[in-house]
Design a protein around this ligand. Sequence first.
Ligand code: G6P
Length: 609
Amino acid sequence: MCGIVGAVAQRDVAEILVEGLRRLEYRGYDSAGVAIINNADINRVRRLGKVKELSDALALEPLNGGTGIAHTRWATHGEPSEINAHPHISGSDIAIVHNGIIENHQQLKEQLIAKGYEFSSATDTEVMAHLVAEEFKQTNDLLSAVQNAVKQFDGAYGAVFMHREMPEQLIVARSGSPLVIGKGIGEMFVASDQLALLPVTRQFLYLEEGEVAQVTRTELQIYSRDGNKVDRDFEESSIQHDVGDKGPYRHYMLKEIYEQPDAIANTLEGRIKDGSINSDIFGEKAKDIFATLEAIQIVACGTSYHAGMVAKYWCEEIANIPCHVEIASEYRYRKSFVPKNALFITISQSGETADTLAALRLAKESGFMSSLSICNVPGSSLVRESDLAFMTRAGAEIGVASTKAFTTQLASLLMLIVAIAKHKGLAEAEIKKYVSALEALPGEINRALEQNPLIEELAEDFSEKHHSLFLGRGDQYPIAMEGALKLKEISYIHAEAYAAGELKHGPLALIDHEMPIVVVAPQNELLEKLKSNMEEVRARGGQLYVFADSSSNFVNDDGIKVVNVNSEHEVTAPIVYTLPLQLLSYHVAVIKGTDVDQPRNLAKSVTVE
Ligand code: G6P
């Protein structure tokens, strides 16, 4: 998490750094800071709160200079405060910005205190600054000081260092947290994400794990973990969508909800041919892998995990292949069974989630036949480290609560499962049926969005509530989970999702007239069972909010409010039914006045454990 920007240039860089931070605010936003070298002094401004606070402060107290580093923080060690905000400085000489967590910081801190270093913050980052300063005493060279220091860090870092007497260079180091170098004309930039640098360059190069690099205005020298020089070229960025503005929308989240018909059309474009889906869209090696495949293991976090859960229903039904799904933070720390000829799939909008990446690395050592990543960011760590990768093409998603990234993941997963099923002998007519369902999605999603005014009205009922339940069955159970996650993320209302058949095993005890219960109830063979579950709720005074097909004949009545969501294809109903739940949480959050795009305590890209 957290965002890093740095620059070595001849012009003043404060504006570039702050614009970069604005673009990275999705990674964390509880404090921000910038440090710039001017006449052999490091001048620093830090502020608690969003980047706006920092830019207001800089307007009153401008910083001049061509070499600088900046950071927007998502607190891990030490509360959000000005004192804990980055950049951190050792003495007055060496400044650092850092993403990640240094796990042995306590031990290093004690050693440094014994040597006379004083700490002003509660962060693990200040330990890094002092340790590099200590190493600098031995070598008088920033590059070798950083190279020596990083050998002593356990944990994850993407870090940028500068020395007040060496304004011609930045030293960058990466292990576990991404860092990209951007090349301008006679100037260089660094950042934790290309997005930060798009206004100044499109030429990028990613540091690999364990690398340290010296960045000057005109040159970049990379060193591997063991100190050898590494040659790699800059590449033109393939990012097509810039952050852009909110257009006519009040929030990025609403814009991104409404972008879903186009986003899914992009996901499908060029990937469906003659009513079929070929394995080659997943890469050259996919054909052989899919032909021998006997099992699938999916690992992901948060919303991406919910996409994986839906995929399990699809996989076992359509491809008749066993599919296990697990949260990455659990998977990575247990001994798990590796089935024969199994494909390991990671799902991630960012491609940088620390737990998912660690799970992939574990899987690669533990005997999986191959790995595939479903991801929204080309060039991200998961994409680079997986054997196969499939881009969801959702475009940049700025709202912290994931919307279009999720539905495009689902469309991608359905394509993947149909392509695998084809190798397993799925009849052509069946393949055509699934392809038609996929092709119909943009239109169906547009129709679901037409219910927005009604959903906005219903949202009023939720704004004073403290708790809510979400129910679904079958492949709609993960959609109920996703709906509950959205509501808690942005409205701060406690929301739980249950497979409706589990109601009688506990949650029924919670039902009274104060409890809103959201039900996702498309027309399918489980609908009658679901209706019985709903009656159990109504009999106990619960207020039902039912999202259902008009052919199911639900009508508004005492204790039940209905929103019609017509989905013509059963297989894609989980995607279509996601939309009204996104809109519901959005409107509840707006009524409650929360920070919709940047909800408290959360971040979009979780690069720490
Ligand atoms: C964070 C984000 C979620 C996301 C999760 C997993 O919690 O706020 O929206 O679902 O991380 O992220 P990933 O990038 O791996 O999908």
